[in-house]
Ligand binder design. Structure first.
Ligand code: ATP
Length: 292
């Protein structure tokens, strides 16, 4: 009995074995698969940094992090970064903290603006199996940026690599947010249903209101990060139901969900091509589902 007690203590002190309780309880078939997964987090702000920490604590195999900004004291009303990290790039500061939390995760820090011409190419190259291969080496891309231009860049790169990604956002007043799965050809891409201001041709940079600064609640950002990583784990480890769109309105605690089908008239030709490819694969998918 003594030996049993000792071995169970050893097992319980291992963070992975605690997480693997999900496997023992029959929720996740093979939790250890998390060690073979690679996730890219674009934007290490209020949502992205917390999402990166959650994935690190879950034991993700490889984590790629992108941001062009540095840590500032003004960021301290969000979770994750610490005052002594002010002046460091967000990606380097994140890598420093996350390596301390879980040294088994392979961390890659990319300080870059993904929307410039060179940034676009560099961003795409870091996601590719080999330069110019057109295939992705990551299992999922998480968009945690705060502007339309960066989201459209992620959309384009992921359409080119046929890579599923998840979009996230927190409203300017910080009381609501959403997450959305974008699977090329299968669900709406980011250009299929543009936000109204963009569809009306208004430059989002002109939208900043005088004297109004975007509010940031660590609560809303933390909740959206949690919803995003929960959906990511379900997607990566194949359990539960992956939600295509999940909204969160904190004032009424309202969580709307919906599926967003691709727009057959999407302005992005590559999206229309991916839709055609997805339709071609439909009979094979239906046969596989029937056999399962
Ligand atoms: P605030 O805008 O309120 O000062 P923030 O800049 O931290 O805060 P968040 O919404 O918390 O904004 O996070 C968004 C993150 O996405 C930021 O860290 C920002 O630097 C990053 N980001 C936005 N656009 C790009 C881009 N084109 N390339 C790389 N990172 C980007």
């Amino acid at each position: 009995p003594k030996v049993d007690k000792l071995s169970s203590e050893v097992v319980d002190s291992n963070p992975y074995s605690r997480l693997m309780a999900l496997q023992r309880m029959g929720i996740v078939k093979d939790y250890e698969q998390i060690r073979n997964k690679t996730v890219a987090v674009v934007g290490m702000g209020g949502v992205g940094s917390v999402a990166a920490e959650m994935l690190t604590r879950c034991g993700i195999g490889r984590l790629l992090m992108y941001d062009y900004d540095k840590v500032e004291l003004a960021n301290m009303n969000r979770l994750f970064f610490r005052p002594e990290q002010c002046g460091m790039t967000k990606t380097d500061a994140a890598a420093q903290t996350l390596a301390g939390i879980n040294p088994d995760v392979a961390l890659e820090s990319y300080t870059m603006n993904i929307t410039t011409l060179e940034g676009f190419d560099a961003f795409k190259a870091t996601l590719e199996t080999a330069p110019g291969s057109g295939t992705s080496r990551v299992d999922l891309v998480l968009s945690c940026v705060d502007n339309y231009e960066a989201r459209m860049t992620i959309n384009q790169v992921c359409l080119e690599l046929n890579q599923t990604w998840m979009e996230s956002g927190v409203s300017e007043d910080a009381v609501s947010g959403h997450i959305q799965v974008v699977a090329p050809g299968e669900t709406a891409c980011f250009a299929c249903v543009p936000p109204l201001v963009v569809a009306s041709g208004i430059d989002e940079r002109t939208l900043k209101r005088e004297g109004v600064c975007a509010a940031s609640l660590p609560t809303t950002m933390g909740i959206v990060a949690g919803l995003l990583v929960q959906n990511s784990l379900k997607y990566l480890l194949h359990f539960g139901q992956v939600t295509q769109y999940l909204g969160y309105s904190s004032l009424k605690d309202f969580f709307p969900t919906m599926d967003i089908k691709p727009n057959t008239h999407c302005t992005n030709a590559l999206c229309r091509q991916r839709q055609a490819e997805w339709a071609v694969g439909a009979p094979a998918r239906e046969a596989a589902a029937a056999a399962a």
